[in-house]
Design a binder for this molecule. Sequence first.
Ligand code: FMN
Length: 173
Amino acid sequence: MEKAQIKDFPYVVTPVVLVATEENGKINFAPHGQYGSILAEPPIVYISVIKEHLTAQNILKTKTFSINIPDKAVFEKLLHCGNVSGIDQDKTKVFKTFYGKMEVPLIEECKINYACEVVKIIEIKYCYMFLSEIKEIYIDNNCLENDMPNIVKIDPLLASIGGKFWTINELNK
Ligand SMILES: Cc1cc2nc3c(=O)[nH]c(=O)nc-3n(C[C@H](O)[C@H](O)[C@H](O)COP(=O)(O)O)c2cc1C
């Protein structure tokens, strides 16, 4: 097959997650596409966060955050959180939150929630890469099938080139 070499779009598709942090009673939310798993056992994931963002500053202080899997029902709120920084505007009330055992806010309107604890921080250019262990996982009951998460019911958001978003179900149609 003939290939064309391109330079502008290294990531054709990436999952989008909502990262929630809390510092001094103020909760913050921001969408992240630079996210992925590193190890299955123990479950270690990474997010890569621009150093100036409130998300990065909060995680440096608390060493905890949550990863929440959004679907299209929270799309407008997700875009809002991606458009404004918590440094300029308090985003505490954008989502309803709940807590598990850790002192980290989890987003009620997202079907899956991971409470994470930082195990290593890598500085890479203008970002901090937070390598973190998932300590607690929550899932909406109606997204389980035979006690296993069902990806079609979870219907996670994917981002692609040109600022476009997709869902698994729409891709399946
Ligand atoms: C789809 C999408 C993916 C994003 N991915 C990242 C990312 O991986 N890392 C990052 O630092 N910012 C990312 N951003 C930008 C932040 O979400 C945005 O700058 C946000 O306002 C930062 O908020 P904060 O300062 O409250 O943390 C993304 C935005 C969108 C819309």
